[in-house]
Design a protein around this ligand. Structure first.
Ligand SMILES: C[S@@+](CC[C@H](N)C(=O)[O-])C[C@H]1O[C@@H](n2cnc3c(N)ncnc32)[C@H](O)[C@@H]1O
Length: 279
């Protein structure tokens, strides 16, 4: 026990959180995601009005696997960490949830806000590094926290991110983490788009811990020089352990085949969905 007044302990905690945030979320990545994202989403999904119309036609379908993992969104308070262009958040809002997104890209926020407006729903979109989020206002207030598809490789330590999800959840709340499967991102490299020419090679190192420079995922929809990001690719054991060690009880880990591919490579895990609960 310490004799320090509580506010001083809290200040120290805040300072230490900020330091951890700075250490484990690389500033290089923030700079990349602050460039040209709005235009990239217009290229990929059309204007926010066009995209909103598509989502509104089939909001549940546009959630894909997340729909089942999250459960009925009606009346739920949901936090989408690193929620990007807001398409999942808007679908959930259309299904009756009250949704907050945190992401550090203003271009993403602009697209998401226009998307929500066009869909006729309210969206609370906070621009912040997730690891620097002031959690005082939000701690213990969400029924569901989720993050999906291209998330964990942005962190050089997983513990602060898992702890954040745990902090934001109300007791009994559910954390849904869906991301690319490490067998596909670390171990196997694949070439060719049709069954005839598709080739898979086991040439990666599943236990590699180094940082890898890659083009940002949105860069295929932009012109000119591609923005780069630095990624740490985690293996499945590291991911499950980080969740379990940060106050979350694991309920299920589902490994998924490539849902959009033909049957020829359906034996290779492409994504996973990990569900855990705050007790
Ligand atoms: C690949 S996207 C996530 C996938 C998203 N669900 C989608 O399909 O577009 C990664 C997102 O994380 C955001 N991001 C990366 N690191 C972040 C951090 N430390 N804090 C907040 N947002 C971050 C980026 O701005 C980007 O929107």
């Amino acid at each position: 026990m310490t004799n320090e007044p509580q506010h001083e302990q809290e200040n120290k905690q805040q300072a230490s959180n900020e330091k951890r945030g700075a250490d484990v979320a690389h500033p290089f990545n923030e700079e990349a995601w602050n460039r040209e994202t709005y235009e990239a989403w217009v290229q990929r999904f059309g204007t926010p009005a066009e995209a909103a119309e598509r989502i509104a036609r089939q909001p549940l379908k546009s959630l894909s696997v997340l729909g089942e993992a999250i459960g009925s969104p009606e009346g739920k308070r949901i936090m989408n960490l690193m929620g990007s262009n807001g398409s999942k958040a808007v679908a959930l809002s259309l299904l009756g949830a009250s949704v907050t997104v945190v992401d550090f890209s203003p271009g993403n926020q602009q697209y998401a806000s226009e998307l929500a407006e066009a869909a006729g729903v309210k969206l609370n979109y906070l621009i912040s590094d997730v690891l620097r989020l002031d959690t005082q206002e939000f701690a213990g207030t969400f029924d569901v926290v989720f993050a999906e598809m291209g998330i964990l490789h942005y962190f050089t330590d997983l513990a602060p991110f898992m702890k954040l999800a745990q902090t934001l959840l109300a007791p009994g709340g559910r954390f849904v983490l869906r991301d690319f499967h490490p067998v596909s991102t670390k171990l196997i490299s694949s070439r060719g788009t049709t069954a005839k020419i598709r080739k898979h090679k086991v040439d990666g190192d599943y236990f590699d811990t180094s940082l890898e420079e890659q083009e940002a995922s949105f860069s295929k929809y932009t012109e000119g020089e591609s923005p780069k990001v630095l990624l740490r690719k985690w293996n499945l054991g590291e991911i499950v352990t980080a969740v379990a060690q940060n106050g979350l009880r694991i309920v299920s880990l589902k490994e998924e085949a490539n849902l959009s591919s033909e049957s020829f490579d359906r034996g290779i895990p492409k994504t996973f969905t990990l569900i855990s609960i705050k007790n």
